[in-house]
Write a protein that binds this ligand. Structure first.
Ligand SMILES: Cc1cc2nc3c(=O)[nH]c(=O)nc-3n(C[C@H](O)[C@H](O)[C@H](O)COP(=O)(O)OP(=O)(O)OC[C@H]3O[C@@H](n4cnc5c(N)ncnc54)[C@H](O)[C@@H]3O)c2cc1C
Length: 486
């Protein structure tokens, strides 16, 4: 039994007892908590699609590890076609529901780095990691990635921080396992996942050995506390308002580890600081491809919503409106094009996993994420100020004042007032709500800030070769085919 249904997923997390606090409340039952309703729904939609024949092969893959159909989230991608399938899946799913938990694609980096450490040091990390993967695949379980540490003073490496817990670290090694202490910051959806995977957040030096750490543990492991920020939307399901954020949401956790025991079979890195550079590089190429695809899909989503509201407002034929929608589509396609290129230019690591081209994945995300924020503003401009000023749902439905609201919310002649009102509520949710803040944060920071895209591009680009070419063009350096005359 590889692919779970929505019900099986919810039943499986019903048995978990993670230590979760949300808004000062201790959550006793994660499945029944109104705070977690939309996050559970977000993950459940992935299970729904995996079981829907019309999406066959999109959120499912064939595993050569267990010779079964497995979930998209627990797949090892072996070549460029596999990566293209990932791009198609994120493009489709995020284009409808905003989020494919694409950050989790970064787990692939551990596949490669555990292999490299084993080759160099004779450790057993890769087999342990493979065993974990097989479990994920067999039982169709979900994990979250705790990469980012709280980090304290950004100028200081972990070992120089006045408080040593500002990066998650090993405090004890025992014959049967290790004890870890510290925290990971901003872990998305942690309380409703089966596993927590921790990994380093930066390149480390020899003094930071204790921080070179990767492992997995069940989310309800003793000693872990999730201090969880509620999702952006309302706690209850709405009819007209918050059409997105009342259905799907993303809780965020400060995940605190208070002397947590991790058995050796769940440890994938412990002290190998000299492999953290490689890990970050692999992580970067995967996550930036996934994130770039996701933001491109979200931009395409904006083009449809904007075109629809323009129609209800009667301005769909205006040249400037068409131009602005065209810009949205073009930016979405540039982002998608970079994602396709990054997938197609993949290289295969000796461990058998394919890595996207790091240059195009970072360049694509950099461009698309900043444009996305601009287009959110454009969508609001085209919808008009009513997005932030219109009467609320209770007034729209009120027996006495409702007819007045409907009279004055009429748009283009012959169009439905209710449809226009619903689209405006959607735009309100996306551009003028707590969800807006989340969408902006997710575009700007999640998966690493735009500056990290610049760093990766500069670090990985072969500028030396281009400089040599400049010398040839300027005839500083000779070349048999250039500058020799006819
Ligand atoms: C919605 C959302 C979901 C997320 N989900 C997850 C998740 O599931 N798991 C996870 O692990 N993380 C997650 N993250 C965290 C995300 O990866 C980080 O926010 C991101 O990598 C930036 O790190 P930071 O927030 O610590 O910012 P910082 O690193 O503090 O960056 C802030 C600014 O300071 C600059 N800066 C930082 N250090 C230096 C320096 N030494 N020198 C010069 N400039 C510097 C940066 O370039 C940036 O401009 C999520 C974030 C968001 C917003």
């Amino acid at each position: 039994m590889a692919i779970k249904t929505r019900k099986e997923y919810i039943d499986s997390i019903r048995n978990l007892k993670p230590n979760v606090y949300i808004s000062g409340e201790k959550i006793e039952n994660i499945v029944e908590s109104p705070y977690l309703r939309t996050t559970i729904n977000n993950l459940s939609l992935g299970y729904d699609w995996a079981n829907d024949p019309q999406y066959e092969g999109l959120l499912t893959n064939w595993s050569t590890l267990i010779n079964e159909k497995v979930s998209f989230w627990a797949h090892i991608r072996k070549d460029d076609d596999d990566l293209m399938q990932m791009v198609r899946a994120i493009n489709n799913f995020s284009g409808k529901y905003l989020c494919t938990m694409c950050m989790s694609m970064g787990l692939a980096a551990l596949w490669a780095i555990t292999y490299e450490i084993d080759q160099a040091k004779g450790t057993e990390y890769h087999q342990r990691f493979k065993n974990f993967f097989i479990k994920l695949q067999r039982e169709d379980l979900r994990f979250v990635l705790g990469v980012m540490d709280p980090k304290g003073d950004r100028q200081l490496p972990p070992s120089k921080q006045p408080d040593p817990d500002l990066f998650l670290r090993v405090v004890e090694k025992r014959p049967d396992g290790i004890v870890v202490n510290g925290a990971k910051m901003h872990t998305t959806s942690a309380p409703v996942a089966h596993y927590f995977v921790a990994s380093p957040s930066r390149v480390l030096g020899p003094d930071d050995e204790d921080y070179a750490l990767a492992f997995v543990c069940p989310t309800d492991t003793k000693g872990i506390t999730f201090i969880t920020r509620p999702a952006a939307g309302p706690l209850e399901q709405k009819d007209m308002e918050n059409p997105i954020s009342s259905q799907i949401g993303f809780v965020e956790s400060l995940s605190v580890f208070d002397n947590v025991f991790i058995p050796w079979e769940n440890v994938f890195m412990c002290g190998e600081w000299d492999f953290t550079g490689g890990f970050i590089n692999y992580f970067s190429s995967y996550v930036r491809l996934a994130k770039g695809t996701c933001i491109a899909a979200r931009t395409e989503m904006l083009s449809g919503i904007t075109a629809q509201v323009a129609e209800y407002n009667g301005v769909e034929k205006a040249a400037h409106i068409r131009n602005k929608i065209t810009d949205m589509i073009m930016d979405a396609k540039i982002g998608y094009g970079c994602a396709v290129a990054a997938a197609k230019l993949a290289t295969v690591h000796p461990s058998g996993i394919a890595f996207p081209d790091i240059l195009t994945s970072n360049a694509g995300l950099y461009n698309t994420r900043l444009k996305y924020i601009h287009h959110l503003g454009v969508m609001q401009e085209i919808a008009g100020g009513v997005v932030t000023t219109m009467p609320v749902e209770a007034d729209y439905k009120h027996p006495e004042i409702g007819p007045l609201v409907k009279k004055y919310m009429q748009g283009k002649v012959g169009t439905s007032v209710e449809e226009r009102y619903r689209i405006l509520q959607l735009i309100q949710d996306m551009t003028a709500s707590r969800l807006t803040g989340y969408l902006i944060g997710s575009a700007v920071c999640a998966g690493g800030t735009p500056e990290t895209n610049r760093v990766e591009v500069f670090r990985n680009y072969n500028l030396a070769e281009r400089k040599e070419n400049a010398k040839v063009l300027a005839r500083i350096k000779s070349d048999p085919y250039w500058g020799g005359g006819l």
